[in-house]
Design a binder for this molecule. Structure first.
Ligand code: NAP
Length: 307
């Protein structure tokens, strides 16, 4: 497994990590990924276990890393923005994870209701107190990243989480170069399109199959290796399957050729959200946040958020 530096921290982690959104396979499978060379585990206070009654992601991570804490870089995200709430949320997460310090703590989403300076200031306090090692953001625009950095007195934003996969290449023209130029690691989420079937549906000529055959790899391995061809990017696939976990963890340590990458880029249908679409989405999200409303696109439900 190849390693990549987090920001300019000098700390290196596996270029394939493991994500825990909708993860339900317990600590054993996570342990297996660590045995296979994964050192980057991505969780969030928001990640519940889809199986009712089963332990949520943070607790599962805590169980998986017990006794091997030093082998793993724990990335966690808060879904709170007010100072007191951020501090409380971090303390609750530390308890659930069973650790003294979170390696990378990120704001899951920007929030239009709370001044960025308040959230980021609270996170910097957590670093000063030794509860967090490094700070990151997630789903931030370039402007929001600049504001977050400006709000920090001593520390740096070392990473951002952004969606990146063969069928959604929105971040390529602006965000990726900005992060590269500013020493910010991109943690590419949904590297398999959130459902790998969606990627396969946008590959009508089976380009993935052809490249996979040439390399002696699987289609998913090719899709992941394509993501990490970007210098400094870490991909964090999620899986509940042991065989997929083995596949994903062995998607590093080899490289698609430039010809294979450009073949995939020509054949697999992808989208790049335009700046107007991105701006409209950000504005509507900000408006919903100001009205304390949360719209769930999957269940098509609207609810009032109490924070
Ligand atoms: N910061 C954010 O806002 C944000 C947003 C979304 C996601 N994330 C992070 O990114 C992680 C990954 O993203 P994601 O969960 O959206 O989706 P993903 O990793 O792109 O895709 C997961 C899907 O791919 C399947 N899969 C995994 N490995 C496979 C393989 N080798 N072959 C075929 N299918 C495979 C999984 O099914 P099986 O389980 O059956 O293998 C699952 O259906 C999340 O878990 C989370 O940690 C962060």
């Amino acid at each position: 497994m190849n390693l990549r530096e987090i920001g300019k921290t000098g700390v290196k982690v596996s270029e394939i990590g493991v994500g825990l959104w909708e993860y339900r396979s317990g600590p054993e499978l996570l342990r297996k990924s660590i045995d296979l060379g994964v050192t980057f585990i991505d969780t969030a206070e928001l990640f519940e276990n889809p199986v009712p009654g089963e332990a949520e992601a943070e607790v599962v991570v805590g169980q998986a890393i017990k006794g091997i804490r030093d082998k793993v870089f724990v990335a966690n995200k808060t879904n709170h923005w007010r100072r007191a709430d951020v501090v409380k949320s971090c303390e609750t997460s530390l308890k659930k994870l069973g650790i003294d310090c979170i390696d990378l703590y990120s704001v899951h989403w920007p929030n239009a209701k709370t001044p960025m300076e308040e959230t980021i200031g609270a996170m910097e306090e957590l670093v000063e107190q030794g509860k967090v090692r490094f700070l990151g953001v997630s789903n931030f625009s370039i402007g929001e990243m600049k504001r977050a950095q400006a709000a920090l007195r001593k520390h740096k934003i070392v990473s951002t989480q952004l969606r990146y996969n063969l069928i959604d290449r929105t971040i390529e023209p602006r965000l990726l170069p900005y992060c590269r130029d500013n020493g910010i690691t991109v943690i590419g989420f949904s590297p398999l399109g959130h459902s790998f079937q969606r990627v396969l549906e946008r590959d009508p000529e089976d380009a993935l199959g052809k490249v996979a055959k040439e390399c002696g790899k699987t289609k998913a391995q090719v899709a992941l290796n394509w993501c990490i061809r970007q210098p400094g990017l870490i991909a964090i696939p999620k899986t509940n399957s042991e065989s997929h976990m083995v596949e994903n963890c062995t998607s590093s340590g080899w490289q698609l050729s430039a010809e294979q990458c450009s073949f995939l880029e020509q054949k697999v249908q992808f989208r790049r959200r335009g700046e107007l679409e991105t701006a409209v989405r950000r504005l509507s999200r900000g408006l919903f946040q100001k009205l304390s409303l949360d719209f769930n696109r999957r269940t098509l439900t609207l609810r009032v958020v109490r924070r």
